[in-house]
Design a protein. Structure first.
Length: 65
């Protein structure tokens, strides 16, 4: 499998989000903060729901700006 991992760092550098493919058609997400972190995998459908939710939030924020 080709490496498709994505890393998103904040300005503070203490928070990082990692995204990658995981097993059979799943998406892996890891959120790391100073002192801890959490990770999970989700199905393709769940990942699509997350993208739709983020898209709605960003669009609402852009409409206000």
């Amino acid at each position: 499998m080709e490496d498709k991992s994505i890393m998103i760092k904040t300005r503070e550098g203490e928070r990082t989000i990692f995204l990658d493919e995981y097993d059979d058609n799943q998406v892996w997400i890891s959120i790391q903060i100073a002192g801890g972190g959490a990770q999970t995998s989700m199905t393709l459908e769940q990942a699509k729901q997350m993208i739709a939710g983020l898209t709605t939030i960003v669009a609402d924020m852009e409409a206000i700006a």
